[in-house]
Design a protein around this ligand. Structure first.
Ligand SMILES: Cc1ncc(COP(=O)(O)O)c(C=O)c1O
Length: 497
């Protein structure tokens, strides 16, 4: 059987200058690896297979492989084969690269100031699942069979519109199904026309920033708060105004001092149902105060209801948006936590006149689509599978949270579980101020345990130390064992030197 890398090697070998065959093969392989045409970490064909493909002797291939292995380009794994090393030798000879294929000119790409800011703030990990990655659901419980059946049924009679660009803020069936679901389960004031389907909350916020904020205008953001909001707003030139939170949510000034502000915020971004990352619920009094302030100054409240479905043992907290018919609220919801993040489906709920403009802008900027997934989701909701899945996952996460709480209380004591609500997909392991939570999280990552340091969620002001621990992907019976590396690294730091 011919392999992709075999084809590439055969082609390049046929173009290579004359010389000893094993030296030519060595040169071809080395250049292809240096250029990334054969990727680091990838498996090369077995020597016998490659020899057959190239019509050369196996010894010729073995000689080239061995030379590259001794130079640090290849490694063999017993019983598994020959692989390109993840880390290539830095002193790789450049002479064998022809000028036209050298990557040197691209070492000095000039990025825009905005682009530089995007990268300076980038924190997304390569792998975002498993213990104790905060904020990710247990995607292995997604009812794929039901999803697949619906999708198959729909794909047999796909309407043309579902295969084209979507120009109406997403497919109507999904807007209708969502409007009903949100009215019942999250107490929203919501008609289908108010809904715009987006490809993730970041896209929704990007649209908000581009359409509602001029560069230099301000947004109040929670301190501590979600890094994604900070990044998307800042990259759009919005001035970040960190505003501390307490047990009732964002701390707000009274109306009199608010009206004195020279430049009231254009946006006030909050997570009222479950403050991210500390976990408080915004009180009713604070909600009313927030709406009154926003109305008085013409600000928009951005309500990020990222995991409002997951409250355990208590009734759900209704959305802020539903408090009054003319609430100046842009409600952001996502299926990343209830279904799975890779689905990239989320939504905005806005007052109708704003929704109409945002839908037009969304079509201009991002060209919506993904019709089949949207139609499938609409049916999934309409037939009750979505509500059933959320119910099932709520019970599962509730048990997993309780298991982690018990492990922490038993091993470290309740002081390490600062006051926090009983909700969501993560909890905070509170740490004494002298513990460097950033260093602790880095050490744990080396051991394959993903956590996030609490101090990184603050822009300024009083920092609390802690670790965000996502428990959603850890089965109860494995909780103590999975927590053991965290406990071990922490105890070492806690014990006097
Ligand atoms: C607080 C908060 N809001 C929003 C999101 C983003 O969700 P999405 O996957 O829709 O971009 C996340 C994701 O982790 C989050 O933690």
């Amino acid at each position: 059987m011919r392999t992709l890398s075999g084809d590439l090697i055969a082609h390049r070998l046929s173009q290579a200058p004359a010389g000893a065959l094993s030296k030519r093969l060595y040169d071809v392989l080395q250049t292809a690896i240096q250029q990334g045409a054969i990727a680091t970490g990838s498996r090369l064909p077995a020597s016998r297979d490659l020899a057959q493909e190239l019509c050369v002797s196996r010894n010729t291939v073995l000689a080239a492989y061995e030379q590259l292995q001794s130079e640090g380009y290849l490694q063999t794994r017993t019983g598994s084969g020959t692989y390109v090393c993840e880390q290539l030798p830095e002193t790789a000879p450049q002479a064998s690269l022809s000028p036209s294929t050298s990557s040197a000119p691209f070492n000095h790409i000039r990025l825009s100031r905005r682009g530089t800011r995007v990268l300076a703030r980038s924190g997304a990990g390569a792998y975002q699942w498993g213990a104790f990655m905060p904020g990710v659901p247990d995607v292995s419980h997604m009812p794929h069979d039901i999803w697949r059946k619906i999708q198959l049924r729909l794909s047999r009679r796909m309407p043309v519109e579902a295969l084209s660009y979507s120009n109406h803020g997403g497919c109507l069936q999904l807007q209708q199904a969502l409007a009903e679901y949100l009215r019942v389960s999250r107490s929203l004031n919501c008609a289908p026309e108010q809904i715009l389907i987006t490809a993730g909350t970041h896209q929704a916020l990007d649209l908000v920033a581009k359409m509602l904020c001029d560069p230099g205008e301000g947004a109040w953001i929670e301190e501590p708060g979600y890094w994604g909001f900070r990044n998307v707003l800042a990259v759009n030139g919005v001035e970040l105004l960190p505003t501390p939170v307490d047990d009732e949510g964002m701390l707000l000034p009274d109306l009199a001092s608010f009206s004195q502000l020279q430049r009231p915020p254009v946006l006030i971004c909050v997570t009222p149902s479950h403050q991210y990352p500390l976990g408080s619920v915004m009180s009713l009094q604070r909600r009313q105060q927030l709406l009154a302030l926003a109305k008085s100054a013409g600000s928009w409240v951005i309500e990020d209801d990222y995991d409002g479905e997951f409250r355990f043992g208590e009734s759900p907290v209704p959305a802020l948006q539903g408090l009054s018919a003319d609430a100046p609220v842009i409600y952001l919801g996502t299926f990343s936590k209830t279904l799975y993040p890779g689905l990239r489906l989320s939504y905005m709920v806005m007052p109708k006149p704003l929704a109409a403009r945002m839908k037009m802008a969304h079509s201009e900027l991002y060209r919506g689509g993904n019709g089949l997934a949207q139609l499938t989701l609409a049916e999934f909701i309409r037939e009750g599978h979505y509500a059933a899945h959320v119910r099932r996952m709520r019970q599962l996460y509730s048990r997993r949270r309780a298991a982690l709480v018990k492990v922490i209380s038993d091993s470290l004591g309740p002081a390490f579980l600062s006051q926090q609500g009983n909700a969501g997909l993560h909890l905070i392991l509170s740490l004494p101020e002298r513990i460097d939570d950033v260093a602790l999280a880095a050490e744990l990552e080396q051991k394959g345990v993903l956590t996030r340091p609490l101090s990184a969620y603050y822009i300024q002001g009083t920092q609390r130390r802690g670790l965000l621990l996502g428990y959603a992907c850890v089965e109860e019976q494995n909780m103590a064992e999975t927590f053991a590396p965290v406990l071990h690294c922490l105890q070492r730091r806690l014990s006097p030197a």
